[in-house]
Write a protein that binds this ligand. Structure first.
Ligand code: UDX
Length: 420
């Protein structure tokens, strides 16, 4: 927002995060963000605080806090504690005409409830819902040049005013004809969860085809290429492998399903449970493939795991398939040495019991098998020579990202998910 020319103040309850941001240090790995942060802080258009009262003269307040999956056993709904606390905390500081803009991914119905809360507490302020579609690893690019803008606004004059305020904020993107959809609260909330449910379904569809391919000797990658040439299907998001993880897709499809149950639409969204199961089965299959490839027993076998982040160009390990597989292999008796270009420190926090290496060279020493579980560019480019220090000659490609012919033409046993 500061890069786009606005005066921005960022608020968080975490003092350590605020201190780091104030000196231009990003709290997570995201390509391009440190540079952007440093330059924005230097212009004076971006500052940070933990003191909510400092936002009192802002025209627009974005609420971008998390809506994680609730913690209890069998709980799938979104935890709205943080969104509720942020909106409630803002109310005393809302100036006349101020607009609260929800960015967080929320169950349909939340915006209407929060709008009532805002109007009750600050009668001359209003609320809009403006879902966020950025992808980790491309966050800067997606934010500066979004592929669409969705505004969920109230009916009537308040909605028109909110639309004008949002248009002013997004003036740069609108100048380049970025599609803009102005709609009601419920549609805006649903756009986000529907988009993520669709993407998750696409990935699980191809991973279901991978299961069929494994049973029949077919090649799921070629299958994806061939169906992907049909423009109605498209090749993007048809990469089979370990499946989806991260802070969005898994919890969003679960929360959507939970909301469906509440709305009496349990059977309508039941298929999302199936997508979740297909996705999680890929992890079981990876553990099984490792066991099979190591002679049927994992105990005492040294396994090098390359990749821990839920996707490349991120240090995020929330619901990461790679970290999950690494932990399960260790639980089943293997000696796991795991590495990742960026996600070792984040993995250590969640899985302190694993052994970590800082480089591939260190991770593969005396390894009986090497597993590539996140398709970082540097791992995709690995050659048999690079891994010659390993003891075994077994490489398992959990992301169908290696050059299969190259590995097959060497002394290594190459195996992957969904390909013979
Ligand atoms: C997702 C949505 O793409 C984004 O629009 C939304 O705002 C937030 O959620 P993100 O979580 O950053 O973004 O990751 P995404 O690129 O969607 O990948 C999610 C997971 O799916 C990753 O674990 C990735 O490895 C996996 N994936 C993706 C596949 O397994 N196959 C694919 O073909 C694509």
């Amino acid at each position: 927002m500061a890069e786009l020319g606005h005066d921005v103040i960022g608020v968080d309850v975490d003092q350590a995060k605020i201190d780091a941001l104030a000196v231009g240090r990003a709290p997570f790995f995201e390509p391009g963000l440190p540079e952007l942060l440093t330059s924005a802080v230097a212009t004076g258009r971006l500052r940070f605080t933990t003191d909510m009262s400092e936002v009192a003269d802002a025209d627009v307040h974005f609420v971008a806090v998390g809506t994680p999956q609730k913690k209890g056993e069998g709980e799938f709904a979104a935890d709205l504690t943080y969104v509720d606390a942020a909106v409630t905390g803002l109310i005393p500081y809302l100036a006349d005409g101020a607009l609260v803009v929800g960015k967080s991914t929320v169950p349909v119905g939340t915006a209407a409830r929060l709008a009532e809360l805002v109007t009750a507490g600050a009668p001359h302020a209003s609320l809009a819902w403006n879902p966020e579609f950025l992808r980790e690893g491309f966050a800067v690019k997606d934010t500066l040049g979004p592929d669409r803008l969705v505004y969920g606004v109230a009916a009537g004059a308040a909605g028109e005013r909110a639309t004008a305020q949002l248009d002013e904020i997004y003036a740069t993107a609108l100048k380049t004809d970025t599609p803009r959809i102005v709609t009601d609260f419920a549609t805006a909330e649903l756009v986000k969860v529907a988009a993520n449910a669709f993407l998750a379904t696409k990935i699980s569809f191809i991973n279901a085809m991978a299961e069929v391919a494994e049973a029949t000797g077919a090649d799921v990658t070629q299958l994806a290429d061939a169906i992907g040439h049909d423009a109605r299907i498209g090749r993007r998001f048809l990469n089979s492998g370990l499946g989806f993880g991260g802070g969005c897709l898994p919890k969003d499809i679960r929360a959507f399903r939970a909301r469906g149950e509440e709305l009496g639409l349990g059977s309508t969204l039941a298929f999302l449970g199936e997508m979740d199961s297909i996705n999680l089965r890929r992890r079981d299959r990876m553990v099984e493939l490792t066991r099979e490839s190591l002679g049927g027993d994992l105990s005492g076998k040294r396994v090098a795991v390359l990749g821990l982040a839920f996707k490349p160009d991120s240090d995020d390990v929330r619901d990461s398939p790679a970290l999950d597989v690494a932990a399960r292999l260790q639980e089943e008796g293997a000696i796991v040495i795991a590495t990742d270009p960026e996600a070792v420190h984040t993995s250590q926090r969640i899985r302190p019991e694993l052994t970590y290496a800082t480089t591939v060279a260190e991770a593969i020493v005396e390894a009986d098998a090497v597993l590539v579980l996140t398709e970082w560019k540097e791992y995709r480019a690995l050659t048999p020579e690079d891994l010659s220090a390993a003891t075994g000659r077994v490489i398992l490609d959990g992301r169908n990202c290696l050059d299969r012919d190259l590995w097959r033409s060497s002394e290594w046993t190459y195996r992957s998910l969904g390909r013979p």
